[in-house]
Structure formats: C-alpha cells, structure tokens
Design a protein around this ligand. Structure first.
Ligand code: ADE
Ligand code: ZN
Length: 326
C-alpha cells in the first residue's frame, strides 16, 4: 500500500475545522450568483490567487469577506455537505466543526438560519457517510465580552445541539482573559471549552487558556514549545493540541514545512492531532495535512497511526465510542 493510500485509509477524527473556512471558491461563486451578491473577483482562479497571506489577520480579512455569500439555511447546508463529502473521502469518520455565529448575525443573518443549515448538513453526513459530528460555537475574540455573552444567549434554544464553545479570530491583543467570564458561563451550561492559543500569541496566552478559561482542548498551541515548563504541563495533563500544518505554513507560523514542530510535539509527550483549519484557504484537507508533515518531517506509519489515535482520544465522543475507534 502506498503512503498516500495508508493516510487516506486511516480512520481519523477532525477536531479543528472552521466550516466557513471550507468555502471553496467554486461554491463562493455559485452562492454569490444564487443570492445576487457581487464579489470582488472575476474568476475562481483570481480568488485562489488572492490567498497569499503574511499572517493571521491577512487571512481573516479575506475569510470574513468570503462568508458574505452565505445567506440562507440552504447555503449553510450546502457548505456543510460539501465539507463532509470531502472529509469522508479523506477517511474522516468523526468531525467536530466550528462555526462563527457573529460573522453572520452581525450582517443580519439569524442565528437559527445558520445552525439549522449546519445541522441539516450534519444529518446528511450521518445518513450518507455514517459520519458522526459535533458543533463548536466559536466566539470572535476581536469583539468584546458583551458580544460573546449575547451570542451565548442567542444559542440558548440550540444548546442541546452544541457541544462546545471556542475562541478564534485575531489572537494578538485579545488574550483569553478577556473571555474568562463567558467561558465560565458556558461551562455552567454544560458545554465543553476549546480555545485557539499559541498560534500567533505567546505561551502566556496558552497558560491563560488553561488557568482562566479551563479549556478541555487547545487549538494550535504551537508557541507552547517556547516554554519547557508549559510544554511539560500540557503533556502531564494530557491536553489535546489540534495542530494544523498547512495553516501554519500559509499563515507564516512556520517558515517552511521542514521546520514544522509536529514530531517535536510528539517527542515531548504532547497529545498532538492533525487537522485542516480552513482547508479551502490553505490548500488542503485533512489527508493533505497528514501527507505534508509526514513528508517534510519523515513521519513513519506508527507516527501517523498515533496522530489518528490521538484524534479520537481528544474528541468529545463518549469513552465507549472512543474505545471502538481505537
Ligand atoms: N478563524 C478561522 N481560522 C482561524 C485561525 N487559524 N486562527 C484564528 N481564527 C481563525
Ligand atoms: Zn482555527
């Protein structure tokens, strides 16, 4: 069996995926036409050519603009169905997907429109691919605490369909401490907690995510490695890191895939996983991410199997279901 087929065939969970980041340019154009929205690009190729980022903010500006074409429940369903189809082809059997309600509610789209469409896509994935999935509602950290509380309130009727809250968007200047109270409120409602930290932000933001947000899972976490005490702590408590290699490359978190720290993370005893983050913008889905780091860092099949195993251990599936996947 080729390495390519081994990676595709490895059953895996995807734990770090922004559904808005799976909007492929072809679907962007189709939705723009369907909803009579003008986008500042003439062709699909022109859109792809614009995906050249120097940092996280560069990407976010384009990512939020792209999301404007999403208007109706059907749009969100189509977006989710396209992602799940692609993920199934890559051997994903369980996906915990993030969505950013504020990206949509702030431009007048109802919370219910967004979530009803995504839930319909999730039901379709279960029917057609036997793929299970969970929803993570992410707060935009460049907005204030009050806006995050308003989002949590808007989610109230849907809380039985949301497994976790997350924290994403512009990291630098927006430390986890800003959201300590809203995360505590989410915990009080029985939700799991995840947060992006240590993507561009310093190790102290990771420490804050642990100490002030009480996270169950760490999104990215790359810069934790700059602090050996923090790294040892993450290993000791068995914290799952949702690492996104192609994202790291495209957003200049690493200069070259040959410098990616995935194997250093595993050697340090961290429960690292591989994920695609925003695959339509970063040039690859989950199997492409496995392949890119495997090639660049010389990972063998045992390493790849460990990464896939970690994805189930780090999921929010119940223990008996996790055990069936191991
Ligand atoms: N939103 C979508 N992708 C993100 C990332 N990689 N970091 C922070 N916020 C995001
Ligand atoms: Zn992310």
């Amino acid at each position: 069996m080729t390495d390519h087929d081994f990676i595709t065939g490895l059953p895996k969970a995807e734990l770090h995926l922004h559904i808005e980041g799976s909007l492929e340019p072809e679907l962007m154009f189709a939705l723009a036409e369907r909803n009579r929205i003008t986008i500042p690009f003439a062709t699909v190729e022109a859109v792809r050519a614009a995906y050249d980022f120097s940092n996280l903010q560069d990407f976010l500006d384009i990512y939020y603009a792209g999301a404007n074409v999403l208007q109706t429940e059907q749009d969100f369903r189509d977006l989710a169905v396209a992602y799940f189809d692609r993920a199934a082809a890559d051997g994903v059997v369980h996906a915990e997907i993030m969505f950013d309600p504020q990206t949509h509610t702030d431009r007048g789209i109802a919370f219910g429109t967004v979530i009803a469409g995504l839930l319909a896509g999730m039901a379709d994935a279960e029917t057609r691919h036997s793929m299970t999935s969970k929803l993570i509602m992410s707060f935009l950290r460049h907005l204030d605490e009050e806006a995050a509380f308003a989002t949590l309130a808007a989610a109230e009727p849907w809380l039985d369909r949301i497994d976790a809250v997350g924290l994403d968007s512009s990291e630098l200047g927006h430390p986890p401490e800003k959201f300590a109270r809203v995360f505590a409120a989410a915990r009080g409602k029985g939700l799991r907690l995840v947060a992006h930290a240590g993507e561009e932000g310093p190790p102290d933001y990771v420490r804050q995510a642990l100490d002030l947000l009480d996270i169950d899972r760490l999104d990215h976490g790359n810069r934790s490695l700059e602090d050996p005490v923090l790294t040892a702590r993450l290993a000791r408590i068995g914290m799952t890191l949702t690492v996104c290699p192609l994202s790291n490359l495209k957003l200049c978190v690493v200069r070259d895939m040959a410098e990616h720290p995935i194997d250093r993370m595993l050697k340090a005893g961290l429960r690292a996983t591989i994920n695609s983050d925003d695959p339509a913008y970063f040039g690859g889905y989950i199997a492409d991410n496995y392949r890119a780091v495997a090639m660049a860092r010389g990972l063998d099949r045992n390493d790849l199997a460990l990464l896939a195993r970690n994805s189930f251990l780090g999921s929010f599936l119940p223990d008996d279901v996790v055990a069936k996947h191991l």
